[in-house]
Design a protein around this ligand. Structure first.
Ligand code: ZN
Length: 309
């Protein structure tokens, strides 16, 4: 009896793990850069970052949208223009420390400025251990993160690389574009909801339902079904975009440290430090992956697809 329970439990765990691995494989197929950077000579930052950008699938789609000048692309460009005004205001109000020794060292070791010359890094006075960036390439690491990592070079390098990945892959712009695409889709879904309602009403009238109440339940069911479809569409689109970009920046940061010969473990340590703050900040926001998911993906990647055998 006991043995059969153990067998069932083991089978359950195996199935659960394989479902998780399949999910990770699917994510990594889209975003892992290992094939493109494995053979780039160490120190060739220009080549490293160029291959990251050139082989990025989302960037390729984004470039196509830009060439076609799609409605969503145009709307996103307008959003970016407006955001830029707030960015300038936000940057002006920030208090930064003069720690050029640290910031210059990190910039030189990430080398992303070889393809994005306007990239800057500043240490900002802030109590939360975190880092963030703005679209034109202004990156900020908080003073609290320096303290929390005990000024660990590899951890800070990993965090800065993560932010550089957001900048170089135009994540602000592609996010704005994804949101606009989603809005257009939602409008289409909303239009079909009202079309279904109109049809139900027309059907009721055509059948001479003098008493509207007899059709109330029909309408209610139709609306419920349409709402469920709408929620499902919203959920899928949100999942796809926001998580993808965060995972992507994580994978690039991990791979960068591996490529440098430092190993990616330091990045996971830094992520766990930041993530306590991040999880609190995002709360139950479905858009943002949980830290435990992000760490699990990196650990799976490291053990299944190591950069060097
Ligand atoms: Zn990020």
């Amino acid at each position: 009896m006991k043995r059969s329970i153990i067998i069932i439990l083991t089978l359950f765990l195996i199935f659960d793990a394989s479902a998780q691995n399949k999910k990770f494989d699917k994510i990594l197929k889209d975003i892992d850069i290992v094939e493109y950077v494995r053979n780039v000579p160490i120190g060739s930052y220009n080549e490293f970052w160029n291959s990251v950008v050139a082989n990025n699938k989302r960037m390729a789609e984004f470039r196509k949208a830009a060439e076609k000048n799609t409605t969503a692309f145009q709307a996103a460009r307008k959003d970016m223009g407006e955001a830029q005004m707030y960015v300038q205001m936000a940057i002006k109000s920030q208090h930064t420390y003069d720690l050029k020794g640290i910031t210059d060292t990190l910039i030189a070791h990430v080398g992303a400025n070889t393809i994005w010359p306007q990239l800057t890094l500043d240490i900002v006075a802030d109590d939360s251990p975190n880092a963030y960036c703005y679209p034109e390439g202004q990156v900020f690491i908080t003073g609290a993160l320096l303290d929390a990592t005990k000024y660990d070079f590899c951890q800070l390098l990993g965090v800065f690389t993560h932010e550089c990945a957001h900048v170089l892959l135009l994540h602000h712009f592609t996010s704005a574009w994804a949101i606009q695409k989603k809005l257009i889709t939602n409008q289409a879904v909303a239009a079909s909801v009202s079309a279904i309602n109109a049809m139900a009403n027309a059907y009721a009238q055509a059948n001479g339902a003098a008493d509207n109440s007899s059709w109330d339940s029909v309408n209610r069911t139709t609306v419920q079904l349409a709402n469920a479809a709408y929620d499902d569409a919203m959920h899928r689109f949100r999942y796809k975009y926001a998580r993808g970009e965060e995972y992507e920046a994580d994978v690039i940061a991990y791979r960068f440290l591996e490529w440098c010969g430092y190993g990616g473990e330091s990045y996971i340590n830094a992520l766990e430090t930041i993530a306590k703050d991040d999880d609190m900040y995002y709360g139950k926001d479905e858009d943002h992956p949980k830290t435990s998911d992000r760490v699990a993906l990196l650990r799976y990647m490291a053990s299944t697809y190591p950069m060097f055998q």
